[in-house]
Design a protein around this ligand. Structure first.
Ligand SMILES: NC(=O)c1ccc[n+]([C@@H]2O[C@H](COP(=O)([O-])OP(=O)(O)OC[C@H]3O[C@@H](n4cnc5c(N)ncnc54)[C@H](OP(=O)(O)O)[C@@H]3O)[C@@H](O)[C@H]2O)c1
Length: 292
């Protein structure tokens, strides 16, 4: 049995599907059982709990061979790093109390840095927290910017005919499809072929600029002139708060964008940290969702 947290999310759902396809037993963890129904129909066991419920989480981890651990987002949190710490401590405590020996931990590019990285700081702290556990093998996955983040611009495209964020449009950055992260994680959870506390960077198929990304997506959604626009940090913060993000989260997102814009976050690309899915393949997924 393998336990998957964030099981209805981008990565967790794909890991679960991969493992079920290989006839593995999977225990899916998230708060809303409704969102896990399709995985249950495919044979997964469902545990609807919040990750800050340490006793319930310990029970969910009991007897499993390996765990995929992630700290979800909470855009309304008034103290986002504090929220990450509560969930992170609960996960660490549940790993210790349940006796599970293999963890694949979802971290991020930039988690090698102690601060000035926005929400990534909480993942830095979680790596350090988990590394203190004795006798547990923990593989920290450090993926780059998810291609799926761009799905958040669909409303903007519909309303304003542009894509935009606080990130620079002209700078090439690595972008990864979440299916590449999930595929890698599923294989490690199954093979348990890591020991100690190694780190794995995952940078996607290639680096590309957001200007290029908008051009590729524009062609796929019948908007050939689609442009990417960089917003000021001030305008971004205001827009995020208007959308219901807490001022703390909006500020942290800007801090992360600034760190990416200044080239502080990513490590150099190598053959080992390069994955398969191209941005052009993701653009097909994007267009399906855009037209749905
Ligand atoms: N976006 C990026 O570019 C990027 C890059 C590197 C790393 N990351 C990391 O990736 C994470 C997001 O991964 P993702 O995209 O796969 O997740 P996601 O799609 O945002 O899904 C979040 C999952 O967590 C569950 N969840 C939320 N709050 C919970 C709680 N309190 N207790 C239990 N389950 C909870 C959700 O289900 P319920 O709502 O039903 O509980 C859902 O299954 C981020 O938080 C960040 O740490 C992101």
């Amino acid at each position: 049995m393998i336990a998957i947290t964030g099981a209805s999310g981008n990565i967790g759902s794909k890991i679960t599907a991969d493992l079920l396809a290989q006839r593995q037993k999977v225990r899916c963890i998230a708060r809303t059982s409704e969102n896990l129904k399709n995985l249950s129909a495919k044979g997964a066991e469902i545990t609807a709990i919040s990750l800050d419920d340490t006793a319930a989480l310990t029970k969910a981890f009991k007897g499993v061979e390996a765990v995929f651990a992630m700290i979800p987002s909470n855009y309304q949190a008034t103290d986002f790093i504090g929220f990450q710490n509560v969930i992170g401590e609960s996960i660490a405590e549940a790993v210790k109390a349940s006796g599970v020996k293999y963890i694949v931990n979802l971290s991020s590019q930039g988690a090698h840095l102690p601060d000035k990285t926005g929400p990534i700081k909480g993942l830095h702290l979680q790596e350090k927290r988990l590394n203190k556990l004795k006798g547990v093998n923990i593989l920290h996955l450090r993926p780059t910017y998810f291609m799926e983040n761009l799905l958040e611009t669909i409303d903007m495209i519909r309303q304003m005919n542009i894509m935009g964020s606080a990130l620079r449009g002209d700078m090439e950055i690595p972008m990864i499809a979440t299916r590449d992260i999930a595929g890698f994680a599923a294989e490690r959870l199954l093979k348990k072929d890591f020991s100690g506390t190694p780190v794995k960077d995952l940078l996607g198929q290639r680096d590309l600029s957001l200007n290029e990304a908008a051009e590729i997506i524009g062609k796929k959604i019948d908007k050939p002139g689609l442009r990417y626009v960089q917003f000021s940090y001030e305008d971004t913060e205001k827009a995020l708060v208007d959308m219901g993000f807490s001022p703390d989260v909006a500020g942290l997102f800007n801090e992360m964008s600034q760190a990416i814009n200044e080239g502080l976050v990513n490590v150099p690309r190598t053959r080992e940290n390069t994955t398969k899915t191209t941005f052009e393949e993701f653009a097909v997924t994007f267009s399906k969702i855009f037209f749905a």
